[in-house]
Write a protein that binds this ligand. Structure first.
Ligand SMILES: Cc1cc2nc3c(=O)[nH]c(=O)nc-3n(C[C@H](O)[C@H](O)[C@H](O)COP(=O)(O)O)c2cc1C
Length: 441
């Protein structure tokens, strides 16, 4: 069978556009109402998406007065979605900086059991500086150290997930033997930042272990992704940068002795779909007008680790000198690179940049007909910019509905997307191999 694309639905607020929550076409439900997430996940499952995904921040943003930029805790939400869907993969973000490997390994293994093998973990190091204040009084640790800790964290978590052999449970009522004790082993991990005795207190999970997803694209983030990630989310504003990223990441994956099809690259795409191009553009303008540039200014400041943009006039033509050097940023480094690179390539005012970021925070946005959206996806997919997409509807569920009803059938007709689920696990939807356990090494 020819190569097919993978689709993940990124569920965020009432849609990814900054002003989606105010728009008449977005859900009237609260983002703290579990039925909202259930409804959206079920729609994505009907559309045969590989997976849904929830992001997470560990501090309340300063812009809560201007929109619901928060939501329920993702691991808890996945637990509810696991029992209200049956096929679709479920991915939650969890931080390596602000938890312990044992907690995380246990929660995600439990979710993998609850969902019968449909869980993925989006591994993040947490870029938001204010999160540090919720976990002790220390200032945020550096970008480099966060990734160093993440590396160690991974060794401990992978050890815990492999601490039970697949055949450890016997559950034999007649003989009174529940488990083979010699098929469950301590981990004995002792690093610089973490120490875990193990074993985990629950058995190997249905997928062997949850799928490892990663979303940091800096130099350090790419090296980390190449070692561990089975799916990679990335923000790319243009096809050419997406191709460069794709080429670079696949090379790094090969250099790590891994098969390149075992690390899927899924750039974000925020499609605004309407029956005519004019109508799609009109809706994009309507959303743009609802967004407040002063809110965008605050959000930009957060991305750049608190840099002060307050004196930059909205109608100023931008140049890279208006921004701090991304290499020095301790917050969302790769996203600041995306923004500065965009300013280098395109003539734009500060206001235009903020309107563009209001669409999908630095991911690719597109307004057009179903055919045009399918053309764009096919083009990126065939020209090695993507193995599929992290679909980020600007309005939820309205733009998911139209995507499922009108774009997916076109992709299917072109042989680019599945027409039914072939398996029951996320590993199977993504075409990933069973992980080899360290247990019998
Ligand atoms: C699609 C996508 C989703 C992300 N979700 C989160 C998230 O939920 N929480 C978070 O702290 N960072 C999130 N990030 C940010 C990255 O994981 C990473 O921490 C950040 O970009 C800084 O690392 P980098 O400089 O290597 O990119 C996300 C990035 C992308 C592209």
């Amino acid at each position: 069978m020819s190569r097919q694309m993978h689709l993940n639905l990124f569920i965020h607020s009432r849609g990814h556009h900054e002003a989606s929550w105010r728009h008449h076409a977005s859900s009237p439900k609260s983002v703290f109402d579990i039925s909202y997430y259930q409804e959206v996940a079920q729609k994505a499952e009907k559309g045969l998406f590989d997976s849904i995904f929830l992001a997470d921040q560990l501090a309340l943003g300063e812009d809560i007065a201007n929109g619901p930029r928060t939501g329920l805790e993702p691991v808890t939400v996945l637990s509810a979605l696991a029992v209200s869907t049956t096929k679709i993969g479920l991915i939650a973000t969890a931080s390596t900086t602000y938890t312990e490997p044992f907690n995380l390994a246990r929660q995600f293994a439990s979710l993998d059991h609850i969902s019968n093998g449909r869980i993925g973990w989006n591994i993040v190091t947490s870029w938001l500086a204010t999160a540090a204040r919720n976990f002790g009084s220390a200032p945020q640790i550096s970008h480099t150290e966060r990734y160093e800790r993440a590396d160690e964290f991974m060794s401990a978590v992978l050890g815990l997930w492999d601490s039970w052999a697949a055949d450890a449970i016997v559950d034999d009522r007649a003989s009174g033997r529940y488990a083979k004790r010699d098929r469950i082993r301590p981990v004995g991990f002792a690093g610089q930042h973490y120490a875990v005795a193990g074993p985990l207190n629950l058995p190997r999970s249905p997928q062997g272990r949850p799928i490892l997803v990663q979303a940091g694209s800096s130099e350090t983030g790419r090296a980390f992704a190449a070692r561990y990630a089975e799916a990679i989310f990335t923000a790319q504003m243009e096809k050419t940068t997406a191709q460069d990223f794709y080429y670079d990441l696949k090379r790094r994956v090969r250099e790590n002795g891994r098969q390149e099809d075992q690390a899927l690259i899924l750039p974000g795409l925020s499609p605004l779909v309407a029956s005519t191009e004019t109508e799609a553009k009109r809706m994009a303008d309507e959303l743009g007008e609802l967004a407040d540039p002063e809110v965008g200014r605050k959000r930009l400041s957060q991305r750049f680790g608190g840099h002060d943009f307050s004196h930059l006039p909205l109608d100023k033509k931008l140049s890279p000198e208006d921004f701090p050097d991304p290499d020095q940023i301790e917050a969302a480094r790769s996203r600041t690179e995306v923004i500065v690179n965009l300013v280098k390539r395109q003539d734009m005012t500060f206001r235009q940049l903020l309107v563009s970021l209001a669409g999908a925070r630095g991911h690719h946005t597109f307004a057009g007909t179903p055919e045009q959206v399918a053309d764009l996806m096919e083009d990126w997919f065939r020209s090695k910019a993507a193995d599929g997409f992290n679909v980020m509807p600007p309005l939820l569920p309205a733009m998911l509905d139209v995507f499922v009803e009108e774009v997916i059938p076109i992709l299917q007709k072109r042989g680019l997307f599945r027409t039914c689920y072939d398996g029951d696990t996320l590993r199977s939807h993504y075409g990933l191999h069973e992980p080899v356990s360290q247990f019998d090494d």
